[in-house]
Design a protein around this ligand. Structure first.
Ligand code: NAP
Length: 308
């Protein structure tokens, strides 16, 4: 096995993503020493039992001497987590995260990140609807994109640090892309955040109807609804923080979505079959393009990896 990219990585937050990073880094030799910290004492205990790495009693202890500190906490906790590790970051250390929103994540971390460390926000586009350390698995990032959003200062002055972090993710099986943080947030608003909002909403509407329809929503859920319930089972804290921190892009996307939905509603009301047929044909073409690009399989799982 090749030499590890990082001699020591610290993972703050030992849930689905933190545990998956720990397992993948150990399996594929991407890191030598792995230290972990989670704010929840019970999670720390469970992560220890799962043998994910050295469990520390504070974020600073975990980050002490690490070449890379990766924050795997909800977006709303990134500022506090950076503050907690700031004093322990060694000169030249990389501070990164895995948060699903990037512009606000950068600002929250930059506020507390010392000048002698290099801030490179990141987002692996991989996940499941599960939470907690038990949900982690080492193949989660295989063939998945990982987007890094370093600011222009890091891009200009410390490109070697971006190369290092990219190599780490590539060792875990990811394909890495460098992107502007605002661009990331606009793209993810339509490809991830809006679909989750729709899933939460459709499940909530069905839940209200369920009391009227006497169990039939659950009984006949295979007709498409079931896949929405899977997405809507995602962690409420994580998704609350995503919508609070990507407000502008989500509202902009939601506005356009609502207009398009109103057009379909109008076509149904007035029996405009041509409009419906043409729109559905266009959508089918997008699905075909995604399959041809190898970004999904035909399995009914919304493209998510499942734990082997
Ligand atoms: P998770 O399974 O709920 O794990 C997060 C862990 O972080 C929890 O154990 C939580 O403890 C802990 N935590 C919260 N605040 C903390 C703090 N200040 N210091 C240390 N630990 C803290 O969530 P996850 O799915 O791994 O998500 C983590 C991050 O990955 C989020 O930013 C999310 O946007 C991003 N992400 C998620 C997915 C996905 O599909 N799940 C995909 C890509 C990226 P408590 O439970 O006590 O709060």
């Amino acid at each position: 096995m090749a030499a590890p990219v990082f001699n020591h990585i610290a993972i703050i937050g030992a849930g689905l993503i933190g545990a998956s990073v720990a397992r993948a880094a150990a399996s594929f030799g991407a890191a030598g020493r792995i230290t972990l910290y989670d704010a929840d004492a019970d999670v720390r205990k469970r992560a220890g039992a799962l043998d994910l790495g050295e469990i520390c009693n504070s974020a600073a202890d975990a980050a002490d001497g690490a070449d890379c500190v990766m924050l795997c906490v909800p977006v709303g906790a990134l500022g506090a987590s950076t503050k907690a590790v700031a004093g322990a970051l060694k000169p030249g250390a990389i501070l990164t995260d895995v948060g699903s929103v990037k512009a606000k994540a950068h600002d929250a971390m930059a506020e507390h990140c010392p000048d002698h460390a290099h801030l490179i926000p990141g987002h692996p586009i991989a996940g499941t609807e599960k939470s907690g350390p038990e949900a982690g698995f080492n193949s989660l990032f295989q063939d998945a994109w990982c987007i890094l959003t370093p600011n222009s200062v890091v891009q200009k002055n410390y490109p070697d640090k971006i190369v290092e972090l990219s190599r780490f993710w590539e060792n875990l099986g990811s394909k890495v892309e460098i992107m502007d943080a605002g661009q990331h947030d606009r793209v993810l608003a339509i490809t991830s955040h809006l679909p989750h909002l729709i899933a939460y909403n459709i499940v909530s509407t069905a839940y209200d109807m369920e009391s009227v329809d006497d169990g039939q929503v659950v009984k006949y859920s295979a007709g498409g609804f079931r896949d929405f319930t899977r997405i809507a089972a995602s962690d409420p804290t994580m998704w609350r923080d995503v919508f609070l921190n990507n407000r502008e892009a989500v509202l902009e996307t939601l506005g356009r979505f609502s207009e398009d939905l109103a057009a379909l509603q109008r076509a149904i009301r007035y029996g405009d079959g041509d409009t419906l047929f043409n729109e559905f044909t266009r959508a089918r073409g997008i699905r075909k393009a995604i399959l041809e690009a190898g970004e999904d399989s035909d399995a009914v799982n919304f493209g998510r990896h499942t734990k082997p």
